[in-house]
Design a protein around this ligand. Structure first.
Ligand code: UN1
Length: 478
């Protein structure tokens, strides 16, 4: 059994306390054993980052560009192998896993360019012979806490901008998916990342995550994960005056209007609700359907949904992989039970026993639901979606916005007027017209409103807002 450690100061550090990384599609397949650290490990990683900090902040944009570009190239070269590992570790299909690995590679290449493009501003002062120069500097040491559902892309899209703009990193990856984070650490190390600039600490959120958030030498925390943990992090960071960026849940609405192209709408909902086993914070979980197309839509979607092949992610014919673990599966099944008491009809949603022992679940559709039901208010994070019938666009917009979340939202319509109205009034950070609510580009801002997100946007040019601090200098040249 291969044993893996944390990367601290350029060395692999063994903390004992080995935990298995289990394939959710076949629990007899153990991917490796990972040594978990605790708060002492965080102290070591921060100390390593502290000694590397001044050197990295003073590195040239060319050095940072070259490191990130090399990592991007290396990830792309290893796409088959990393995709395979990701599919085994997290359970998304091999095609999705390879796509995610390519996304991580593209993110590194994008931020390689951004390292060269970090611009400031120069303004004349309101006073004579004075220039005002606005520049961006690294925050220093940033703590990154990442979830299991995108085990390579999310660590990549937090690490790449952090490094591009001259910060040192301590990454705490999700304990369900340490292997992909380990590959990322290995790649950075191989590509010549100076010791201490990037550190990976494996361990539990309750120890390692907590220690990161509370560490006085960490200037910023970027977190993607659950709402309760995010809220706790926000409180601590507020008290300690750290920069904080949170990406949390969603209960994303997809509106289907009478004038929608039916097959396009079905495809968008099938993808948005069920692909990646519904384990995306951008998943469509509330399908808000106008009454004229409702029955036809439900009929077509349920047919398409029940013919999706659930199975082993490494099998090329599989369309839906397993749920990530037993705990998540049991929680999904609880929601199916709740749906049976709340919805008029529940199609699918049962646990499946396949050839290998794993956490398989049939996609589930809850028909005849209203927006006040628990299944429409709480994030399920599984392959389940509800259908809500509405009369017109006005009602669709009001139902879509009636949620504590605001990450992503979509509308399927052939009317430019309806699309425009929805685009303007949707209370979400990301808006899709005739496209699934999930599946975003890597070069543009990502983030939500209301209970979904907090702090500056991730990704694209906008990422510099979080990973830098602004300095305003006044220069008298008289
Ligand atoms: C996507 O929809 O392409 O955790 C990305 C999540 C999001 C990423 C979604 N942060 O699901």
């Amino acid at each position: 059994m291969k044993k893996h450690q944390s990367l601290i100061g350029g060395e692999w550090v063994d903390f004992g306390n080995y935990n298995p990384d289990i394939n959710p599609a076949d629990t007899t397949d153990i991917i490796g054993e990972f040594s978990y650290g605790d708060d002492g490990a965080v102290d070591q990683a921060v100390a390593a980052a502290k000694s590397a900090k001044a050197g990295w902040a003073a590195s040239t944009p060319q050095q940072r560009h070259d490191l990130l570009a090399a990592v991007g190239n290396k990830l792309a070269e290893r796409v088959e192998e990393i995709g395979n590992l990701l599919a085994r570790e997290e359970g998304k299909t091999l095609a999705e896993a390879k796509g995610e690995t390519m996304r991580a590679s593209q993110v590194f290449k994008f931020f390689a360019g951004e390292a060269l493009r970090l611009a400031g501003e120069l303004l004349p002062s309101v006073r004579n012979d004075i220039d005002v120069e606005i520049t961006r500097e690294p925050v220093g040491i940033v703590g990154l806490i990442t979830p299991w559902n995108f085990p390579i892309a999310i660590p990549a899209w937090k690490t790449a901008p952090a490094l591009a703009f001259g910060n040192c990193v301590v990454l705490k990856a999700a304990d369900l998916t340490p292997a992909c984070a380990h590959v990322l650490a290995e790649t950075l190390n191989e590509c010549g990342c100076p010791p201490g600039v990037f550190n990976l600490v494996l361990g539990r959120g309750s120890t390692v995550g907590d220690a990161l958030v509370n560490h006085p030498d960490i200037g910023a925390i970027s977190f993607t994960g659950s709402v309760p943990v995010g809220n706790r992090i926000a409180e601590t960071c507020g008290r300690l005056r750290k920069k904080v960026q949170l990406e949390m849940g969603g209960k994303n609405p997809m509106v289907v209007m009478d004038d929608a192209d039916l097959s396009l709408a079905v495809d968008a909902c099938l993808n948005g609700a069920f692909f990646s086993t519904g384990q995306r914070c951008t998943a469509s979980s509330r399908l808000i359907v106008q009454s004229g197309i409702h029955d036809q839509f439900v009929d077509a979607l349920s047919k398409a949904m029940t013919s999706l092949k659930v199975g082993n992610p490494l099998d090329a014919t599989t369309q839906i992989g397993p749920v990530v673990d037993e705990k998540q599966l049991l929680s999904n099944l609880d929601y199916v039970t709740i749906a049976k008491s709340e919805a008029r009809e529940v199609i699918g949603g049962d646990r499946l026993e396949l050839e290998t022992p794993g956490f398989f679940q049939a996609p589930g559709l809850f028909v005849g639901t209203t927006n006040d039901m628990r299944i429409n208010r709480e994030e399920i994070f599984g392959p389940c979606a509800s259908v809500l019938k509405v009369g017109d666009l006005e009602e669709a917009i009001s139902v879509a916005n009636d949620t504590e979340f605001g990450l992503s939202s979509g509308i399927c319509t052939s009317s430019l007027k309806s699309a425009r109205e929805f685009r303007r009034r949707s209370e979400a950070g990301m808006l899709m017209v005739n496209l699934p609510t999930a599946g975003v580009d890597y070069h543009v801002p990502f983030g939500g409103r209301k209970g979904s997100s907090f702090g500056p946007r991730e990704q694209g040019r906008y990422a510099s807002e979080f990973y830098t601090i602004v300095k305003t200098s006044y220069v008298f040249a008289g």
